[in-house]
Design a protein around this ligand. Structure first.
Ligand SMILES: [Fe+2]
Ligand SMILES: [Fe+2]
Length: 185
């Protein structure tokens, strides 16, 4: 599995970031429901699951080793309005898209860490879509509307996230349609 310490550190860091994003999105999803935006709540719940997939992928790409490890998170902290929470979510996703995953991926490639580079690649591609979905949701909420959607599908293998239409095959990892988990109200 993972042989190089820098990639191992990056896996632990990414595991920490994704684990925290998972929890944060569930809290922010509850708040969106309270604020009268149930579809935004649904989006937060679905994307929380995608982050759970990423955290799990990073975890199993890492060797089983003993020790205590501190993991950091690059995103904001605490509860705001749903608009503020969506802005925080977009900032966190964009940090991962622009800074974190491209560099983690390149380092893992350079170190010929196959499992880690695949795990970082899956996350990078899925986060691009998360940023877009959250941006659309934020626009709707700022206009006083809920986000328009019927259901959200998330690939259990790579965390790819799709609104209103499960693909025949995952465009990121190639998984079959049955590998998608659907989130509905
Ligand atoms: Fe994400
Ligand atoms: Fe996938």
């Amino acid at each position: 599995m993972v042989k190089n310490e820098i990639t191992a550190q990056n896996l632990r860091s990414a595991f920490g970031g994704e684990s925290q994003a998972y929890q944060r999105y569930l809290v922010w999803g509850n708040k969106a429901e309270e604020d009268g935006f149930p579809n935004v709540g649904l989006l937060f719940r679905a994307i929380a699951y995608a982050e759970e997939v990423h955290a799990g992928n990073h975890f199993v790409a890492h060797d089983n080793i003993e020790g205590d490890f501190l993991v950091a998170s690059g995103a904001g902290f605490g509860l705001g309005s749903t608009t503020e929470n969506l802005a925080g979510a977009i900032a966190g996703e964009n940090f991962e898209i622009e800074q974190m995953y491209p560099t983690y991926y390149l380092v893992a490639r350079e170190q010929q860490e196959k499992d880690a580079s695949l795990s970082f690649h899956y996350a990078l591609e899925a986060e691009k879509i998360h940023s877009k979905l959250y941006s659309e949701a934020k626009e709707a909420v700022e206009a006083g509307d809920d986000y328009q959607l019927d259901y959200v599908s998330v690939c259990k293998i790579c965390g790819h996230t799709v609104k209103d239409g499960t693909p025949d095959r995952c465009p990121i990892c190639g998984a079959a349609q049955e590998e998608f988990k659907e989130f509905r109200r």
